[in-house]
Every structure is written in structure tokens, then in C-alpha cells.
Write a protein that binds this ligand. Structure first.
Ligand code: 5AD
Ligand code: SF4
Length: 442
């Protein structure tokens, strides 16, 4: 008998990408073959994001589209944050969906798929504080860098954010388990890991903290690059910063979500730091790690954000000097504390759009200036994949800049030294100066 096939489509953050890898690992171990598209697949899963309304609307649209690709016997499931948030409502609204599973329920996937085949429709949205899927062997998409979840859930309660409700309370894997997984990705030929957690630097397994974890993972033989995302400014203890500085494999880049440059807005967001507190954190990191690149997340149009507050965000972006920023218009999520703010504080969509455009312009101006200063320098890049433009490769510097360079696909996974020859303002073009890999015998 041929093996049944499964197709998973992923939305949202790297944690979702990592969860999809775990689900595919579980399902391939349970007798399924993974396929690249929905047509003809026996099982179609959509791993969803709930962070902004826009993300959910896209999924709703996509579920309708995917229905047209379903064979009469196929089973469709919705997993991830939107599944957790909407639960049984999703089953009611989308009759062609038979399984709704939140982020802690993936162990039951094979059973629930079998049930669905027999016409049983299920919602599984309990949180499980013990669940880290330790025995799942992830089926990774990326052949060059490995996403490694080290923590699930979140104990902060930023007032705009749905994540604590979709991913539950914070819990960490043990350091030994993370190190074991790191060793196994090295054995699979990878040399870069990205440690994932909602507030990754608050990692604690009861014995070891994030500083210990960075040193342990960074010291695994064969690891050349360690990254992590996303940290919370308040969890950068001196110990953690020292570990970043003292571990040569930890890359010179920190993604440090700021959210706003106005202390008033930060207070209403319950971010638990002020504008000055954020600056201080950025300075401590920069003092410890020379040439550190900083990127961030910023929300505009949070309820109560005045023109003055927004001006403070713009000035903070200039003052910190970010290498790049992900910028978002505030999206009200049901069930978050922000829904209880007085309605008269709401910022109109028009104003929010205008602020977003201004912010993007200031971010671009800053990153262009920083990138221009790198022109002509040489650095080590890891070649990640073929670039979208024909015949070129896409590589990354340790400080997370994208470099487009000539080369052949067999160079993917190699480290080479490049000269940065040009920049569009956001990405670089580069030329190989020296191959860092031992050259093959002639
Ligand atoms: N509206 C807009 N952006 C949001 N983010 C989180 N919740 C919301 C929301 N309700 C942004 C934050 C976070 C990033 C992952 O998404 O900036 O850091
Ligand atoms: Fe990831 Fe948050 Fe979106 Fe969930 S809601 S997929 S945790 S970004």
C-alpha cells in the first residue's frame, strides 16, 4: 500500500516554522510522506498565526482556496495560534476542516487524523506544561541553519499581545536536551543554530539560565554560529550579556523588540521598561559586543499614542541607530488587555497608516546610512541558498546582513570571505575574496 501524504502550510513566526518541522517529523515517523503542495495530499494542515487580524484573515481566505484542492477523501486540519484562539468556532465556521489543534496538542496528530478519516471532528486546545516534543525528530526544511525551540509560551502580559493566550505559560526545555539537539544538527551537517523562545533570554530550566545555555550550545563542536530570537530587554542580565560577549560563536546581532520609543505608550503596553531603560539595555549590549547589529520590532497606533508619543518613537529609532526594524500597525486582538482601554483612545486607521509610512522612511534612512558605512569592508558570510535573482547566491554576515553574490549552488552551506561591493540600502552585493573552506584536492 502506498503511504498517505501530508502537506503543511505555515504562517507566522519562526516558532511556527519549527512546530511545522516537528509535526512533519511526527507524521513521517507515523507512516506519512511529506509533499510540497496541497493537490492530491491526503492530509492538509494549515499552521496558523494569530498575532494580527490581517494574519488571520489571510488564513481564512486560504482555507477557502485549499478546499478546492482537496480530494474527496482528504482531511484538513488547522493548527497553531489561530486554532488555539478560535477552537471549536473554527470547526463551526469551516465545515471542511475536521481537526483544530493548538500548539501543545501535536502529539495527538496521527490519532486525530485517523479519527477525522472516520468522520470524527475534534478540537484539541489544552495547554501542557510538560510538552516539548522531546521524542519527535524534526524534519527540517533548511539545510544550512537549524531552528531550535528552547522555550514555549510566555509569562509577560504585554497588553497588545495574544501570544500568552495562544501559547500558554512559559516553560523551558532542559539544557541537556537543547545541547543534544544541537549535537544532532551538527551531525546532520549544519553549523548554525537559532535558539527560539517568546522571551528567549528568560530561559531557565530550573538549574541553568540563558547565559549557561548560550555557553553550552556555543561550545558544541562543529557549531560556528549561534543566534537567538526574540529576547525581552528586561531579561538581559549582566550574566547573559557576558555570555554573549564571551562566546565566540554567538553572532554580533541582537533582535531587541522596542515596540515604542515613548515611555507613556510603553507603560500602557505593559512592556515594563521606559524609553531610557531600553536605551540603557542597547548601550550595555553594544559596550559588551563591539560592532553589534541591532534590529527591532515597533508598533504604531497603539491606543492613546499621540503625535508627541509617535515623535518619540521616531527620535528613538534615530537615537538607537537600528540596522533594521519590523514595523506594524497595532491590531486589536480579542481577549488581550488592550481591549479594555477606553475606546476614545483608539487611533484611527488613517493616522496609524500615516505613522507607519513615516516610521518606515526613518528606519530605511537609518539602515541605509549604517549599511553604507560597511561598503568596501570584508567579512565572513555563510551561503544560505540560491537568490531569487537568477544565478546568484544569498548569504548572511554574522551581523545578519543579507549579501547577494555570484557563485554556484554547490557552495551553499560554505563559509567564505566576501568584499561588500554595493548596497541597495538594505541588502549588499558581495564578491568572494577567499574561500574559508579547505579547498578540494586538485
Ligand atoms: N498588533 C500589532 N503588532 C503586534 N505585535 C504583537 N502583537 C501585535 C498586535 N496586536 C508585533 C510586536 C511583536 C511582533 C512579533 O509582532 O511588535 O514584537
Ligand atoms: Fe508566532 Fe505569535 Fe503568530 Fe503564534 S501568534 S504564530 S507565537 S507570531
Amino acid at each position: 500500500m502506498t503511504r498517505p501524504t501530508v502537506y503543511i502550510e505555515t504562517y507566522g513566526c519562526q516558532m511556527n516554522v519549527s512546530d511545522t518541522e516537528l509535526m512533519l517529523g511526527k507524521l513521517t515517523a507515523s507512516g506519512y510522506d511529506a509533499v510540497d503542495g496541497p493537490d492530491g495530499a491526503d492530509v492538509i494542515l494549515v499552521n496558523t498565526c494569530a498575532i494580527r487580524d490581517h494574519a488571520e484573515q489571510r488564513v481564512i481566505g486560504r482555507l477557502g482556496e485549499l478546499k478546492r484542492h482537496m480530494s474527496p477523501t482528504a482531511v484538513m486540519g488547522v493548527t497553531g495560534c489561530m486554532a488555539q484562539r478560535l477552537g471549536p468556532v473554527l470547526l463551526q465556521r469551516t465545515p471542511h476542516v475536521s481537526i483544530v489543534i493548538g500548539p501543545d496538542g501535536y502529539r495527538a496528530l496521527p490519532t486525530l487524523i485517523d479519527d477525522a478519516r472516520h468522520g470524527i471532528r475534534t478540537t484539541a486546545t489544552s495547554f501542557d506544561m510538560e510538552e516539548h516534543y522531546e521524542d519527535f525528530k524534526p524534519r527540517r526544511f533548511d539545510k544550512v541553519k537549524a531552528w531550535i525551540p528552547v522555550q514555549r509560551g510566555c509569562d509577560y502580559r504585554c497588553t497588545y499581545c495574544i501570544v500568552p493566550y495562544t501559547r500558554g505559560p512559559e516553560r523551558s526545555r532542559t539544557l541537556a536536551d537543547v545541547v543534544r539537539e544541537t549535537e544532532s544538527v551538527v551531525a546532520d551537517g549544519m553549523s548554525e543554530v537559532v535558539l527560539l523562545g517568546q522571551t528567549v533570554n528568560s530561559y531557565s530550566d530550573g538549574t541553568y539560565d540563558f547565559a549557561d545555555l548560550l555557553r553550552a550550545v556555543g561550545g558544541v563542536a562543529g557549531i560556528r554560529r549561534v543566534r537567538f530570537t526574540s529576547p525581552h530587554p528586561n531579561d538581559f542580565s549582566d550574566r547573559v550579556i557576558e555570555a554573549i560577549a564571551a562566546t565566540p560563536t554567538v553572532c554580533e546581532h541582537v533582535h531587541l523588540p522596542m515596540q515604542s520609543g515613548s515611555s507613556r505608550t510603553l507603560k500602557r503596553m505593559l512592556r515594563r521598561y521606559t524609553r531610557e531603560g531600553y536605551f540603557e539595555c542597547a548601550e550595555r549590549l553594544r559596550a559588551a559586543v563591539p560592532n553589534l547589529a541591532l534590529t527591532t520590532d515597533i508598533i504604531v497606533g497603539f491606543p492613546g499614542e499621540t503625535d508627541e508619543d509617535f515623535a518619540e518613537t521616531l527620535s528613538a529609532v534615530r537615537e538607537v541607530g537600528f540596522d533594521d526594524a519590523y514595523t506594524f500597525k497595532f491590531s486589536m486582538r480579542d481577549g488581550t488587555p488592550a481591549t479594555r482601554l477606553p475606546v476614545e483612545l483608539l487611533v484611527s486607521d488613517e493616522v496609524a497608516s500615516d505613522r507607519l509610512a513615516q516610521l518606515i522612511a526613518v528606519v530605511r534612512e537609518g539602515s541605509r546610512a549604517r549599511n553604507m558605512a560597511h561598503l568596501g569592508s570584508r567579512c565572513e558570510v555563510l551561503i544560505e541558498k540560491e537568490a531569487r535573482r537568477g544565478g546568484l547566491l544569498q548569504a548572511r554576515t554574522r551581523d545578519f546582513k543579507t549579501v547577494i553574490m555570484p557563485g554556484t549552488p554547490d557552495m551553499i552551506g560554505n563559509y567564505v570571505e566576501v568584499a561588500l561591493t554595493g548596497t541597495t540600502g538594505s541588502t549588499f552585493t558581495g564578491a568572494v575574496v577567499r574561500s574559508r573552506e579547505p579547498l578540494p584536492m586538485q
